[in-house]
Design a protein around this ligand. Structure first.
Ligand SMILES: Cc1cc2nc3c(=O)[nH]c(=O)nc-3n(C[C@H](O)[C@H](O)[C@H](O)COP(=O)(O)OP(=O)(O)OC[C@H]3O[C@@H](n4cnc5c(N)ncnc54)[C@H](O)[C@@H]3O)c2cc1C
Ligand code: FES
Length: 277
């Protein structure tokens, strides 16, 4: 690994500045590049996280670019790389390549618009970067609605931040869980059940959707009931990735490379690709 790497295949060192268990399967990490430079990402992008001798995994950047030279990730324990990262502590080092991929249009299409964030499961992880960006530049955007859904209450992520955002003027946060547990008094049902409580003006709204693949079709159907234009709906797609830079073809969806043409796509650009959603 190199410090301040310029070769796209060469990771550079980053040090864990904070590590915290969030749920049974998810851990929060904050990192700082050893070069001292900021990562230089925009909301929606990901980085390849590597551990020498184990492997590499693409992980979304969960914090906004303005986070003091650090960047944050939430990692679900699922296999070789992610299991090992879950054992790591503050001060230990990982490799980072990136940032890679397309971004949510925070500085273009979203500016001046009402924004609806639809975050299901781990979807809140990449969307949090865009939500933080919007909150830090609040005057540049209209009304904000955040719909957040998890399978159970104990899988909820960023609970304190959801509360903090809900207290901001013209921001509405609606949560739901698929299955209630003891003590849960909120909405029960899949994320689309929240749409009956939402007002959307299709002429001035941009929607961002991230979640499990099965959810996209249904969320888009709900947005279409409001006559939202397909180019105003943005999704982030997850595919198996290796290189992250458009060379290996692992992430290909038809003629698109998810790592470079995505992961963020306007629905208008992928609606005719059967394999996309
Ligand atoms: C753009 C992008 C952003 C991502 N962001 C996050 C994030 O913020 N947090 C997070 O926890 N995870 C995220 N992931 C998923 C993460 O990359 C995989 O879980 C990770 O690569 C697993 O690596 P591993 O070595 O731990 O598991 P492995 O040992 O490689 O695999 C374990 C199991 O997971 C499956 N698997 C591996 N990669 C994927 C994948 N991409 N999609 C579905 N199944 C997979 C394997 O087939 C295998 O069954 C993201 C993936 C992409 C493509
Ligand atoms: S991950 Fe290699 S081409 Fe996209």
């Amino acid at each position: 690994m190199a410090s301040g790497a310029t070769n796209i295949y060469l990771p550079e060192y980053a040090t864990i500045t904070a590590a915290k268990q969030m749920t049974e399967t998810e851990m929060y990490f904050s990192f700082k590049l050893d070069s001292g430079k900021p990562l230089g990402h925009m909301p929606g992008q990901f980085a390849e996280v590597s551990l020498p001798g184990i492997g590499e995994a693409p992980i979304s950047i969960s914090s906004s670019p303005g986070s003091n030279g650090t960047f944050e990730m939430v990692i679900r324990k699922i296999g070789n790389v992610t299991n090992k990262i879950h054992t790591m502590k503050q001060g230990e080092k990982i490799g980072i390549r990136g940032p890679f991929g397309t971004t949510f249009p925070v500085e273009t299409a979203m500016k001046g618009k009402d924004i609806v964030f639809i975050c299901a499961g781990l979807g809140i992880v990449p969307l949090r970067s865009a939500i933080q960006y919007v909150m830090e530049n609040r005057k540049n955007y209209g009304k904000v609605t955040i719909l957040s859904g998890t399978r159970t209450p104990s899988q909820r992520l960023f609970i304190d931040e959801l509360k903090k955002w809900a207290a901001i003027k013209d921001v509405t946060v609606l949560e739901t869980v698929d299955i209630a547990e003891d003590g849960w008094t909120g909405n029960v049902g899949v994320i689309t059940t929240l749409f009956s409580k939402v007002e959307i003006d299709p002429a001035k709204t941009i929607a961002l959707i991230v979640g499990p693949p099965v959810m996209y079709k249904f969320a888009i159907l709900e947005l279409r009931k409001y006559n939202m234009k397909h180019q105003d709906i943005y999704v982030s797609l997850e595919r198996h990735m290796k290189c992250g830079v458009g060379k290996c073809g692992h992430c290909q969806i038809n003629n698109l490379y998810c790592c470079q043409d995505g992961p963020v796509f306007s629905y208008a650009d992928i609606e005719n690709i059967r394999e996309a959603i």
